[in-house]
Ligand binder design. Structure first.
Ligand SMILES: Cc1cc2nc3c(=O)[nH]c(=O)nc-3n(C[C@H](O)[C@H](O)[C@H](O)COP(=O)(O)OP(=O)(O)OC[C@H]3O[C@@H](n4cnc5c(N)ncnc54)[C@H](O)[C@@H]3O)c2cc1C
Length: 455
């Protein structure tokens, strides 16, 4: 009887474990930290809710307006209502600590053995063909180091994210990564209402030379972040300052409650299946360019990989071969999503090239055909066919926007206006009052410190 270990209890691992357990295959799911809050914007497409049967309770906000903000701070709203989507359509905004634990617990309820353990090392057998021995620190008891244990299995699914140990064990090869940085900022209730069903995406070389920055709403705070390719890693804190400055009038009353950073893979690893070890999600490298979307693709790849294993192992009755896993899971995945990754890669190269191109990109987002195309492909993961006339119109508009973008690209950036309609005068007065308050607090603290030092 087939024994499978899934390493990593994020969306890819939990969705894989769920399918395996449902099919009656003996499955272990390893997660090093059961309350893990994966650094993430937490935006998910609508189709994921139905496809993965997600309850409303794990979705903090239902966004129906995506605001694109250009380098010159031109704002273009992409609203679902005028595009003819029904009232139930939205982009879901989640907190990963809530989202991940729901999926993990569901896999456990269906029969997966959930192990609160950090996988330290994997013995992979001759020519990495198994059987495999997983050495891990079991953290289910008390103590910070955990209890050293091991487990023998026939097959491993590596769902352990961008720093995957499974990828190392199977010699999957490296991939380029982007570095993402995010602050969770708690806003007063009246400022938070502005983000009730609105998310913002900022573009400009001040916030990222090769990506976008975001303000995504959660239940009582916003996630504010940016990302950039690894070669620009040293710029990341300056870029985060860039997004804070641009959105300052909407965020300045906020309090930073969490700071987080994490790599984002830029393309698949050279080898995703070796022996009976298969990578899924970020471990495999399934985040799309341009949008930086990875949650749906993680869950979907976990599910597709597990479905392939159930099929070729005949519900766990036989042990699958490397060749079988490649010719089912990998082949189906590449056939289904290869074109999506290629198109988004090209779009990133065209529109994030410089500030003129970014101006053009935001201008184009005002076009109804572009909005419908973008939302249909994001929300429902379906390829939308255009008629030849629409294609010609879109090409001409793209060229027009690219030309106009050059004139619009700014030399300096100014912050966007306040979220609650505060005037410039009010803003400056409040800012000055806050600075005075901070100064007197500093003085009081240093006085306290000197007093305590003396005593
Ligand atoms: C700042 C940021 C913002 C993002 N925003 C979005 C967004 O808004 N929308 C979107 O779709 N995508 C977003 N992404 C991408 C998304 O977060 C990932 O694509 C997604 O989390 C991948 O899921 P996964 O299950 O493959 O891996 P992960 O979510 O990374 O899960 C891996 C799990 O494995 C566990 N683990 C790792 N090593 C071990 C080990 N040795 N032993 C045991 N357990 C282990 C970890 O604790 C973790 O729980 C963002 C990424 C970043 C960094």
């Amino acid at each position: 009887m087939l024994r499978v270990a899934v390493i990593g209890g994020g969306p890819s691992g939990s969705c894989a474990a769920e399918v395996l357990a449902k099919a009656g295959i003996q499955t272990w799911l390893f997660e090093r930290k059961l309350d893990n809050a994966k650094p993430c914007g937490g935006a998910i497409p609508l189709c994921m809710v139905e496809e993965f049967d997600l309850p409303d309770s794990i979705i903090d906000r239902k966004v129906r307006n995506m605001r694109m903000i250009s380098p010159s701070n031109r704002e273009v709203d992409i609203r679902l209502d005028p595009l003819g989507y029904d009232d139930n359509a939205y982009i879901g905004m989640c907190r990963r600590e809530v989202f991940d634990s729901f999926l993990r617990n569901r896999a456990a309820d269906l029969g997966t053995t959930l192990i609160n353990g950090l996988v330290l090392r994997i013995d992979t057998g001759e020519k990495r063909q198994g059987p495999y021995t997983i050495h891990y620190a079991d953290h289910s008891g008390a103590g910070s180091t955990g209890e050293q244990k091991s487990l023998d299995v026939d097959l491993i699914i590596g769902a352990d994210g961008a720093n995957s140990r499974v990828a190392k064990a199977m010699d999957a090869g490296d991939y380029n990564v982007a570095i993402a940085f995010q602050e969770r900022i708690k806003l007063p209730a009246e400022e938070m209402t502005y983000y009730e069903n609105l998310a913002e995406m900022y573009v400009g070389s001040d916030v990222s030379p090769d990506f976008y920055a975001w303000v995504f709403p959660k239940y009582d705070h916003v996630a504010v972040g940016t990302g950039t390719m690894q070669k620009n890693q040293s710029l990341i804190k300056g870029l985060q300052k860039g997004i804070r400055e641009r959105a300052t009038k909407r965020l300045y009353k906020g309090e930073v409650i969490k700071v987080e950073a994490h790599p984002i893979p830029e393309h698949p690893r050279p080898r995703r299946v070796v022996g009976r070890m298969a990578l899924v999600g970020d471990a495999a490298g399934y985040v799309t360019k341009s949008s930086g979307e990875g949650i749906y693709f993680a869950a979907k790849s976990g599910r597709m990989c597990a479905e392939a294993i159930v099929e070729i192992s005949r519900n766990g009755a036989v042990i699958p071969t490397e060749k079988q896993i490649k010719s089912t899971y990998l082949k189906r995945w590449d056939r289904k999503y290869g074109a999506t990754y290629a198109v988004l890669d090209i779009l990133q190269k065209i529109f994030y090239r410089n500030d003129s191109a970014r101006e053009a990109f935001v201008e184009m987002c005002g076009d109804k055909d572009v909005q419908k195309l973008t939302f249909d492909s994001y929300l429902y993961k379906r390829v939308v066919m255009m008629n030849p006339l629409q294609q010609i119109r879109l090409t001409l508009r793209t060229l027009g926007s690219l030309v106009r973008g050059q004139g619009l690209a700014p030399k300096d950036y100014t912050p966007v206006p306040s979220a609650v309609g505060r005037s410039e005068g009010d803003f400056l007065a409040e800012e000055a009052a806050q600075a005075v308050k901070a100064q007197s607090k500093d003085k009081a603290t240093s006085k306290d410190k000197s007093t305590s030092r003396v005593s």
